[in-house]
Design a protein around this ligand. Structure first.
Ligand SMILES: [Fe+2]
Length: 201
């Protein structure tokens, strides 16, 4: 199967950016190599009738794209490719937030790009994007798959063994399997791509 041109462009830009950003020789580099090797083989198209959806904090997305456009070159490339694909994305609140704080539901959105419920269907890898509006604490969460975030618009990341750290545009947050982690914003929105290795999970 051929990959749609916009998605192909995004995957290539992301692969280059992530491989450049990870510290060489560490677990981040090993995970990035595994994920982007798998992505060389395209997945399946989604079933017909999957509708795009705009994120609730739509202004925050515009602001995040404007911030990313002033970031380092790899960030500009990834964000540009994401923006070109954005009209096709189905943004929505994180699963499980349905019955929680309504203000939080309106202050964040996620979209799945590749994965079991993504624009490209596959089970080995899950790639998506998270948008967090200003002055928002995301939710402490963890999952079996190992994860890399690539930051497009900066914010703070927390990991149980590292505490809170400011992550600038172009940086990586690595989460080992099952590690608790979180994100939060100050004055500006956060936008980040996450890459999960789901084949073993
Ligand atoms: Fe995560």
């Amino acid at each position: 199967m051929l990959r749609a041109a916009d998605l192909d462009h995004f995957v290539r830009a992301l692969g280059r950016a992530v491989k450049e950003a990870v510290p060489p020789g560490g677990p981040e580099a090993a995970l990035a190599a595994r994920i982007f090797k798998a992505l060389e083989t395209p997945g399946r198209p989604p079933p017909a009738g999957v509708r795009p959806r705009r994120p609730t904090p739509a202004d925050a997305l515009d602001e995040a794209f404007a911030l990313a456009a002033r970031g380092p070159e790899p960030v500009q490339h990834v964000a540009g490719a994401l923006r070109a694909m954005d009209p096709r994305l189905a943004w929505g609140p994180r699963p499980g937030s349905e019955n929680g704080d309504p203000a939080f539901r309106k202050a964040h959105a996620n979209a799945v790009i590749a994965g079991a419920d993504g624009l490209e269907r596959r089970e080995d890898v899950r790639i998506g994007v998270s948008l967090v509006a200003p002055h928002t604490d995301y939710v402490k969460h963890r999952h079996p798959p190992e994860e890399l975030y690539f930051v497009l618009a900066p914010g703070d990341w927390w990991r149980e063994d590292l505490g809170w750290r400011a992550r600038p545009a172009g940086s990586i947050q690595h989460n080992p399997p099952h590690a608790w982690h979180n994100m939060r914003t100050g004055e500006t929105p956060l936008l980040a791509v996450w890459c999960l290795w789901t084949a073993d999970a």
